[in-house]
Design a binder for this molecule. Structure first.
Ligand SMILES: [Zn+2]
Length: 321
């Protein structure tokens, strides 16, 4: 992880400082999410307040299988839906046409429970968790192998529901059989990963059926789970480097695809936030240094500049999340 995350135990103990730090760190990206969907400025502030209140109320039941950002974004989404329902307002914000926010119906549908996402009763809960884990592990492996085209192809098929024909054209592959080959190898690896985590084999067999069923209902549900569990979302520092123009070509192509063609709403909110923070001050501040570097810079001038110029890790490197 490259960025600050709160100490959940301290949040659960209602430590003021930790909650203030949460507001400081997450306010920008949450506001960016709300701003794409709620036109009225005051209402945005209300939604944000309600989000932090909801986070406070729900923290005792925090589920550690999600990240804290996912927890906050989930609440923020629900408060946004509540607001849109109450106001029966148009969901358009000031964004451009291509970034038009999804209608209320699709927002609401995405809040389905895990059991509905996976769709088949016997795969609910533990099956969904296992599938999310193996998908995430596959993404990490593929990222570490620098196979960004393979990663984007599988994301297009699983999460975007693209057809083979559209996919090979978009990625300039030889033909449809290239896409089929990538998918075949990915499914094989996913089954191996599932078997490692589930030696008894009961869940693995069901997952294998789900993954093998191709274009049917379950295929679609894998896509829902992919999005909901955010298995391929890059950590925020990757998006910061994209904004700063310092991201190498491979990850840059994937992160752009994820943001601009699959329209990941959470990563878009992070990008909006990072772009806005940069436009508020001089361009030299991009990307915002991680917390470690900010603290180091406070002690020793010059460290921050060095961090910017070489773009390399302090804690700002490595595979996604
Ligand atoms: Zn994302």
């Amino acid at each position: 992880m490259s960025e600050w995350t709160p100490d959940v135990a301290r949040l659960q103990a209602l430590a003021d400082e930790e909650w203030l730090a949460v507001q400081r760190h997450y306010c920008g990206r949450l506001m960016a999410y709300v701003a794409r969907r709620v036109a009225d400025r005051e209402a945005r502030e209300d939604v944000l307040q309600e989000t932090f209140l909801g986070a406070l109320r729900g923290i005792a039941g925090f589920d550690p299988s999600f990240t804290f950002e996912q927890y906050l974004f989930g609440i923020c989404k629900n408060r946004t839906i509540d607001h849109l329902r109450r106001a029966r307002a148009r969901t358009l914000s000031a964004g451009s046409d291509e970034d038009a926010p999804p209608p209320l119906d699709s927002l609401a549908r995405e809040t389905d429970t895990p059991s509905r996402i996976v769709g088949r009763r016997e795969l609910a809960q533990s099956g969904a968790q296992l599938l999310a884990d193996v998908l995430r592990q596959w993404v990490q492996e593929t990222w570490q192998e620098q196979e960004f085209t393979r990663l984007a192809v599988i994301e297009a098929l699983f999460s975007g529901g693209w057809r083979n024909r559209d996919t090979w054209k978009r990625f300039e592959l030889r033909d449809e059989t290239s896409v089929a080959g990538i998918k075949f190898r990915a499914l094989k690896r996913l089954r191996e990963l599932a078997a490692e985590r589930d030696p008894e084999g009961a869940l693995s067999r069901m997952l294998a059926e789900a993954l093998d069923s191709g274009e049917g209902d379950v295929h679609f549900d894998v896509g829902e789970l992919w999005k909901r569990a955010r298995v391929s979302c890059p950590a925020r520092h990757w998006i910061a480097r994209l904004v700063a123009g310092t991201l190498p070509e491979g990850p840059r192509e994937f992160v752009r695809f994820h943001l601009d063609e699959l329209h990941c709403e959470w990563c878009q909110a992070n990008r909006d936030d990072l772009e806005q923070s940069c436009s508020r001050c001089s361009s030299r501040c991009r990307p915002r240094p991680c917390a470690t570097c900010t603290r180091a810079a406070a002690r020793r001038p010059g460290v921050r500049r060095q961090h910017r110029s070489n773009g390399r890790r302090s804690r700002c490197g490595g595979p996604p999340a």
